[in-house]
Ligand binder design. Sequence first.
Ligand code: SF4
Length: 378
Amino acid sequence: MSLTRSDSPASADREGSSVAYRKPFSVIYVEEAALTYPRAQRILSRLPDAERILIRDYRDVFNRAHQNPVLQKKAQALILAVSDRPRVYEGAPVCQDFDNDRFFYSSDVMNCVFDCEYCYLQGMYPSGNIVVFVNLEATFATLDRLLCAGPEETDLLSAVDSGSAPQIRDGSDTENPLYVCISYDTDLFALEPLLGYVADWTGYAEAHPGLTLELRTKSAARSVLRSLPVPENIILAVTLSPDPVIRAMEHRTPSLSARLEFAAEAISLGWKVRLCFDPMIAVHDAQTVYDAMFDTVFDTLPMDRIHDVSVGLFRISREYLKEMRRHRPCAVTCYPYELTDGVYHYPAETGEPLTKLAVNRLSEVLPRERIFLWDDAT
Ligand code: SF4
């Protein structure tokens, strides 16, 4: 069974759909402690006309009760803060690890300028505003320690988090491989003209060969791409969707053709490019819609130069979906999913044919070992 937007209990997000998007960041909340950080000053200098409101703690604004994240996305505020703990976490079970043993993600920015109706952030955060932690060095310091820790030192992250981390042997020549996704809870690339965090990360990556970073994006900002170095150990993961899905539910994101031009230029510049067909959504006539998308992708990109691809059906934790249905009842949130071990997913009769289509089409152009498939518990 698949639903189109017009089949849904509310054909679009009930409270937010009729409100137009306004230019984001006309208001910036700034923690007093953040003001002394050069990174905060750099960001503020790029928004000279914004109203600034000094605050004591970002949580006073971001965690307020009774916010509507969907409406807030229509006119996002920016919050600059200093994190009081490292922003590095072990990879979540619903995330693809690409066969990496030591899989972490970092979250120095919370929330995204894009507005996808299926985005789990709407269920995870109480606000639609964007928090930027300006002490990125705390994340780098945590990764320094993880890189130098042996695989046996499994409790290191919780020890670092609690402030009781042991001193780890020093020396970059002893780095142990670490895979870190840096753009899960945001889209760092889309924010690059404002934040400059991708440039900061590329500098860090170049100095740490033991690290592999994944930078995931739906952006198509080719000028940003041209302004950056191309580190060997960063994988640029470009999420692709069919245009009907983009138009219906990936609001404010670039079209498929724009994303493909972006990916093509990245490849020509020497980036390792991963294509992410994740999440695939069971829209009306999904087989035809996705089949046509693969034709377009194969006609546009040099597939023999793609690093790898990931394929995954939409899935979401029970807790997040509950919140998403409350704030944004629409086709993708109100779909009658099945629940397995706390994760909602498509029923097998809906999901399996879509996965099969993706794997079959991708196998035409890529060896099977470069196609990573999310095991969706069906
Ligand atoms: S691009 Fe990703 S992080 Fe941003 S709103 Fe869409 S799903 Fe969420």
